[in-house]
Write a protein that binds this ligand. Structure first.
Ligand SMILES: [Zn+2]
Length: 491
């Protein structure tokens, strides 16, 4: 609520009105009457304002702040009439779960009040006549969408910019490709982004995932990315989903979405995204990168070949090396992720693109790109007239916290073998051996590392995992199918 007050402000009462124990941060701004301005001694000052217009515009600013920043509550009051030295002239209070949003919203509000509300300030000087004064610099730090997107709008036109701000994009994967593409789309003013990734940040991610820093290690990437992107670009609403895209949550994640960016690094996810987008008629842009070679294409329903038109069956998960084994440069993932964002913009703006009919191959070492035509298969099992009911066995049967070996193998994890002593054979060299019969649950208390427990076939680890998850130990994972599934994947 925004108010104009002719009375001295009661700061304690204003703060108390915003009390809410669900909020982790309370930021208040107090603008006070100072005793000098530009070297001249000031005795007091006077505010003249159109109270009614001021309150309408002030409340509009607070509503905008609620839309732009994840805040819980907000209040602002501006004085009118004569003020003495030290009096509070304007007060803004913001409650939020996190301090970052509270600081940003407070600044947005005070700057906007200064630049938009019809308020005039008259200073009474000690050594001469009174003068009307303003703050000519305030308008420079008030955020305005028109200004932020002005250079881009010259290319896209007002209509194009509006299309971006009305668009809703799902980005699957907040890693090497997801970071640059999310960054570009928020910077361009895409209105809504849902960002999903079930991974926590590992030190080995930092060189190619520029949204994160050293201090973020161990936190969920989706949550980190949301926080960072909202700090940089307040015009995009972002929802973080700290979970992988799976057959179970696919429909929920695709709800209300106009376009999907496939920034994943495994075939299982890529086929799943393809099948669900084809079934629901949602366009997507897919990219993959391996060392200095990358591929990208854009699927538009009814126009393009889908992934199964050219490769009907999903190849085995372990048939290609991953970035962890092969190595990849951050500059390379940034180029491809940015290109993916470019294709996303083309799709939203309904512009033509070669990526809808060709797969673009990037050779980042030789700077030699080439396109390969993709043809629609009239009998495609996904986009053809009789689509198949695909089964995603590995994932359908995963319990909470359980993952397949291909999902786990490249991660920095502490492997714990819970088989009994008589079962042991030299399996994974780096494993810790803690037989289930004598295992102390406190061993898993250290939340600084991610544990993965495994047994022979995956049954005992599944039971233990369930028990640990009930206790809130969500940094413990389980290997589906146990050692036997691992050996099978290694063959
Ligand atoms: Zn197809």
């Amino acid at each position: 609520m925004f108010q104009v007050s002719g009375e001295k402000l009661d700061i304690d009462a204003l703060s108390a009105a915003l009390e809410n124990h669900a909020a982790g941060a309370f930021v208040a701004f107090e603008g006070r009457v100072r005793k000098q301005n530009d070297g001249r001694r000031v005795d007091r000052l006077e505010y003249e304002l159109f109270a009614e217009f001021c309150e309408i515009e002030g409340n509009r600013i607070l509503e905008e702040a609620r839309g732009l920043f994840p805040i819980i509550d907000v209040r602002a009051v501006h004085r009118s009439g004569m003020l003495e030295l030290g009096d509070v002239a304007v007060w803004v209070g913001v409650l939020s779960s996190h301090r970052g949003a509270a600081f940003q919203a407070t600044r947005f509000i005070i700057d906007s009040i200064k630049s938009r509300c019809p308020i005039w300030k008259k200073e009474y000087y000690h050594d001469g006549p009174t003068e009307w004064v303003g703050c000519p610099t305030c308008e420079h730090h008030a955020v305005s969408a028109e200004k932020v997107f002005s250079r881009q709008q010259r290319l896209l036109g007002e209509h194009g910019q509006k299309a971006l701000s009305a668009s809703r994009v799902l980005i699957v994967g907040a890693g090497g490709l997801g970071c640059p593409s999310a960054q570009q789309l928020t910077a361009a003013g895409v209105g809504y982004i849902r960002l999903c990734d079930g991974d926590k940040l590992d030190a080995t991610n930092l060189h190619r995932q520029p949204l994160y820093g050293y201090q973020d290690i161990g936190s969920y990437k989706a949550v980190l990315a949301k926080r960072r992107l909202e700090e940089m670009h307040p015009f995009t609403k972002i929802d973080a989903v700290a979970h992988d895209f799976t057959p179970r949550n696919a429909s929920t994640l695709l709800e209300g979405i106009d376009l999907v960016l496939d920034c994943t690094d495994n075939f299982a996810a890529k086929y799943l995204i393809n099948d669900r987008c084809v079934a629901e008629g949602i366009p997507y842009v897919q990219a993959s990168i391996f060392q200095n070679n990358a591929q990208l294409f854009s699927y538009r329903p009814g126009e393009s070949a889908c992934m199964r038109c050219t490769r009907p069956e999903q190849p085995p998960a372990d048939c290609v090396e991953s970035c962890t084994d092969a190595g990849v440069l951050g500059a390379a993932t940034s180029i491809v992720g940015s290109y993916q964002a470019m294709e996303a913009l083309r799709t939203i703006l309904r512009q033509k693109s070669v990526a809808t009919t060709y797969t673009i191959h990037f050779d980042l070492e030789e700077a030699d790109n080439f396109n390969v035509k993709r043809r629609r298969d009239p009998n495609c099992p996904a986009c053809g007239p009789r689509p198949r009911d695909f089964q995603y066995e590995d994932q359908v049967t995963l319990e909470e916290g359980e993952q397949t070996y291909s999902m786990l193998r490249d991660k920095a994890l502490t492997w714990v073998d819970i088989r009994e002593i008589h079962e042991h054979d030299p399996s994974i060299e780096a494993s810790i051996r803690l037989p289930l019969s004598s295992l102390k649950r406190e061993f898993f208390a250290d939340t600084n590392q991610t544990f993965v427990i495994y047994c022979q076939k995956g049954r005992r680890s599944r039971a233990l995992l369930k028990e640990l998850r009930v206790k809130g130990l969500d940094h413990v994972l389980g290997l589906k199918g146990g050692l036997e599934a691992m050996r099978k994947a290694e063959m």
